[in-house]
Write a protein that binds this ligand. Sequence first.
Ligand SMILES: C[S@@+](CC[C@H](N)C(=O)[O-])C[C@H]1O[C@@H](n2cnc3c(N)ncnc32)[C@H](O)[C@@H]1O
Length: 208
Amino acid sequence: MTETVVRQQYDQLAKVYDQRWNNYIFKTLSFLKDWAEISPQATLLDIGCGTGEFESLVLTEHSAQQMVGVDISEKMLEIAKQKCHAYSHVSFQTASASALPFPDHSFDIIVSASAFHYFDNPKAALGEMQRMLKPNGKVVILDWCKDYLFCRICDILLKVVDPAYQQCYTQSEFHNLLASTQFDVQRTTKVRFSLVWGLMIATAIPQS
Ligand SMILES: C[S@@+](CC[C@H](N)C(=O)[O-])C[C@H]1O[C@@H](n2cnc3c(N)ncnc32)[C@H](O)[C@@H]1O
């Protein structure tokens, strides 16, 4: 049900998404790219990839990077496909974070930016990430952080007014969620992207 609403919302938003969120997208995805320390040889999966801005950004540095983006909005993916059409090693597929069509141990790095608060089954999504990671692989998740007052207020309001929205987490809640799905947090921080808006990022690896 929630995924249907998310899909409808982003299908409607797709044409204006890049323009409307230009500043936020550039700041957050540049931060993610630098934080993730992506080796040019790594095979990367981006969950909730939207319009493929992250893939475009990575390609400016590593034009041979192998990447797959998944999203539940076909309209967002159409734009992503247009942007990256010249790169045959970059592909996009329609899929839900909680049921992904890839074999076990397929990816070195799995990233997700500004999408986790939409996941209606976050444990299933993290379980899928566990399953698809190669040995020595890592996940890097960037999302809103409820430790910031403004995010906390938005979390309360959006739960009432936006049927697509699920929830955002405090950093500690998020780390507990990662631990409950057998991930160890390797590196983490919180970061403000404006006066009021704050996100958190975590790099996590499967527990040994
Ligand atoms: C705010 S946009 C972020 C897009 C991109 N990661 C970025 O930072 O520009 C959130 C994206 O997550 C996607 N999404 C939400 N829930 C999803 C799910 N359960 N599975 C896959 N994609 C999902 C939406 O369709 C949307 O494109």
